[in-house]
Ligand binder design. Sequence first.
Ligand SMILES: *Cc1c(COP(=O)(O)O)cnc(C)c1O
Length: 416
Amino acid sequence: MIAQAVANPVRLDAVALRADFPMLRRTINGCPLVYLDNAATSQKPQVVIDRMQRFYTEEYSTVRRSIHLLSAEATRAYEETRRTAARLLNAPETRQIIFTKGTTEGINLVAHGYGRKFVREGDEIIISATEHHANLVPWQMLCEEKGARLRVIPVDDRGELILEAYEKLLNDRTKLVAVGHVSNALGTIHPVEEIIRLAHAQGIPVLVDGAQAAPHMPVDVQALDCDFYVFSGHKACGPTGVGVLYGKTEWLERMNPFLGGGDMIESVTFEKTTYAPLPHKFEAGTPPIAEVIGLGTALDYLCRVGLEAIAAYEQTLLEQATARLLAIPGVRILGTARRKAAIVSFVVDGIHPHDIGTLLDQEGIAIRAGHHCAQPVMTRYGVPATARASFAFYNLPSEVEALGAALEKAIAIFGG
Ligand SMILES: *Cc1c(COP(=O)(O)O)cnc(C)c1O
């Protein structure tokens, strides 16, 4: 990755881009905000805030249902986001893009629509040991209900999935593989291409949780050949309350709807309801219209900055942060995979991660401390929690340095 970044100079001006983000002008405890909690949620550029404000003040109406001009315009703007999302993921058709509330809902939709229909007693679902609870609990619930079995791809000390073990887990009872593209707790970029290829060799569909990937690197669902791909708008510079599910048409058409209600039907009688065609079959009720429209602006913004440039620039922050933290005695980084996104999970001898978080907050540095909704990963490494710094393209090398300096100060105070 490094060699690549050097070969293609990083064309991204983080200082200039920061001016687009009003929140980055805030001070915290008298210090300039250093926002390093991007894996939890990202900040919003002014264009996204403005777009939603304009929708509410000048264009507000519902979508799909009414024949008046405002509704037609709102529908057009809403559907434009679908095209933008399809372009972002290189989906073949826009009807393969389903708007959800976020990654969690996208996975639950597939667990319900695919799982309840195709998984039976004795069947197996494979996930990995690094999954976010959002890509674990829905499958566990499904397995409990169906008498199916959850199998887990183990992870090695570096935080890389053990593919030989994965191959042994695949069998004719396996009904689905669900893996994260990038681990939010460790930063590992999983070899999803290989995982998908091995599953498809046995006719097994694969869902990829792209919450930490889609906002940070180019994603091509056709090249990956995944069956489902999900991500959240709020981690991609967009609003909360909206996310994207991509699915292969054949699966989406065969699956049960998730929620029943208005807009997802073709005709309703008390005897029988027939469902609307894709994508409406999976979008029951009045959707989060302003949020979907704001998401379109956010995804356009990311594409303009360029996901190649974002990935390359964030790699430089990762390299810098890794070196800076490892130079501090008593600091240990969890997750040392060869391919990593810009997420650094760490522990410090003698200081609880929550205390690290609190001390850094006093310097205006926002990180996350906890189990990162991935308790089994924490168990695997024998820690209850870690501190986690996670970067975005609007972070600066000076902020990485601020993190290192504040951490040294915290350790001095605690006598770590
Ligand atoms: C944040 C995250 C989720 C959950 O996303 P929501 O927006 O809370 O639904 C799922 N998986 C991963 C890897 C995440 O980082």
